[in-house]
Design a binder for this molecule. Structure first.
Ligand SMILES: [Zn+2]
Length: 510
């Protein structure tokens, strides 16, 4: 006797899911399980889990030959997500469960040996793919139910055990359904700018960077608060829109880093890899499954590279492509995976290797000092529009109002509302060209089509004539001056915005 079954699941490649058909067949012959269709080693292991789980829910495992074919065969199928569909394919082929509820259903989930269902990665993109392919419902491990429930227009059911799924398929049981989503914003969890004392210049630079989506570099002695300040940047950015939010959540889901109770990421992520992180931790990869790296985890958010001169030349070089293209391609044994990586970069560094509290105490030779940050120039610094030097408070604070109470009491919410207004103005201005933020505008457009008045350009021309700024530095200055104008509600930058933009540069940095 020979029976055939058809069960559906989803394969994830990059951030996209594709429905996979699993055909189960029980035929004559010696007891054995054959998996067909490019299964990787993980999938071979799932054979053992599936066998144990089926036995442990009180079902007899077929004592003849079982063939399980996954198609399309060309698609790489990795991970343990197929445990549940494989188990059900076997039970259906053995005619232990009817077909009714399997029609139009996608199954996802890893099985423990005792039959419990374990949460898996990438459920959000998998459910999106199932809906896109016209499936009516999806059954996921209970731990993934909230994440799966983020997708509208498809029925989402959660199970804790294979036995529950079997009961549901036979019509005797019910599965958990997803409760209403919590739509509350969790912006309160982001550290607030009000906690940072003093540093009004650096805070303003952070606001300008937020307004124009400019990459930013903070230099200063250790302990001055570079990381503290950078970690406040997500709180100054507008919350993610619905589409961006799902996009970011999908990446974090694939990386297995999503909180189960509140899966939807609504705020710009903040990612700060260690300077000695491996290249694959930084840009993604690793053996077997190509995991998203820090550059993709920071997609639509902020990537802080603290102590960036300590990074290896290989790591610095690896950042070039994601910065230029907003995505990263990772080669794997069975093809290429692409992950998005459009982030706002914050570089933080001490000005020199000896890193004294006061710059005047530096014991480095001028050559060493130049080389230290010079290492960053090619791949990274060329893309940084704003550079700020953070000085120890002390002296400035004593001089009075500059770092006074008024500036310190301003919280992230107030700054964010100005940033949102500035971004809206920029979006409207560049709409015809398809740019969203000032940082995206090419230099040529700033110099020609959106050329400022002769008066406004005068300070910049003086700098150019004296060789105090390069052409590229001039483009950066123009970009920043547009952001300053947007923050001030001006339609175009004036001489004063251009002068101020020029001040957001260290001497010697062209
Ligand atoms: Zn030094």
């Amino acid at each position: 006797m020979s029976a055939l079954s058809k069960v559906y699941s989803v394969a994830i490649v990059g951030v996209d899911g594709t429905v996979v058909e699993i055909e189960g067949c029980i035929g004559g012959g010696l007891p054995a399980v054959h998996l067909v269709g490019l299964p990787d080693t993980v999938l071979q292991e799932s054979r053992d889990r599936v066998r144990a789980a089926i036995t442990n829910v009180g079902q007899k495992f077929p004592d003849t030959r079982v063939t399980l074919a996954l198609s399309p065969a060309t698609l790489p199928k990795v991970g343990s997500v197929y445990d549940l569909p494989l188990a059900v394919a076997i039970l259906r082929a053995a005619e232990r469960v009817p077909d009714d509820r399997l029609v139009g259903t996608v199954l996802l989930g890893e099985l423990a040996l005792d039959g419990r269902l374990r949460p898996v990665r990438g459920v959000l993109p998998a459910v999106l793919a199932a809906r896109h392919a016209g499936f009516a419902r999806v059954v996921v491990p209970l731990g993934n139910l909230d994440e799966a429930g983020l997708v509208d227009g498809i029925e989402v059911l959660g199970a804790v055990h294979l036995a529950e799924v079997v009961d549901w398929l036979t019509g005797d049981g019910v599965l958990a359904i997803c409760g209403p989503h919590e739509e509350s914003g969790d912006i309160a969890t982001v550290p607030d700018l009000a906690d940072v004392a003093g540093q009004s210049e650096a805070k303003y630079a952070l606001e300008v960077a937020a307004a124009g989506a400019h990459h930013l570099m903070l230099t200063g002695p250790p302990g001055i608060g570079k990381t503290m300040l950078a970690s406040r940047l997500p709180g100054l950015l507008p919350p993610l829109g619905r589409r961006e939010s799902l996009e970011v959540t999908a990446i974090h889901s694939i990386a297995g880093r999503l909180p189960m109770d509140r899966p939807l990421i609504r705020l710009a992520p903040f990612v700060a890899p260690h300077p000695t992180s491996s290249v694959s931790a930084l840009v993604g990869g690793g053996s077997g499954v190509a995991r998203p790296g820090a550059v993709s985890m920071a997609h639509r958010g902020v990537l802080l590279l603290d102590e960036c001169p300590e990074m290896s030349p290989k790591s610095l070089e690896a950042l070039r492509t994601p910065l230029e293209e907003g995505q990263i391609r990772l080669a794997r044994r069975d093809g290429v995976v692409t992950y998005p990586s459009r982030f706002q970069l914050v570089l933080a560094a001490t000005p020199c290797p000896c890193a004294p509290a006061r710059d005047s105490d530096c014991s480095c030779s001028p050559t060493v000092r130049r080389r230290y940050l010079g290492r960053l120039s090619g791949p990274l610094l060329d893309r940084v529009d704003i550079r700020v030097r953070m000085e120890p408070p002390g002296s400035a604070a004593l001089h009075g109002a500059e770092d006074g109470l008024a500036a310190e009491s301003e919280g992230s919410a107030v700054v964010r509302s100005r940033v949102e207004a500035a971004r809206a103005a920029a979006r409207e201005r560049w709409a015809a060209d398809g740019w969203l933020t000032n940082a995206e505008v090419p230099g040529a457009a700033l110099r020609r089509r959106y050329r400022l008045s002769r008066e406004a350009l005068r300070p910049l021309e003086l700098f150019l004539r004296d060789g105090r700024i390069t052409a590229r530095g001039a483009d950066r200055t123009l970009r920043v001056s547009w952001s300053l104008a947007d923050l001030r509600g001006l339609t175009v930058p004036t001489e004063s915005e251009v002068c101020e933009a020029l001040s957001f540069r260290d001497r010697g940095w062209a």
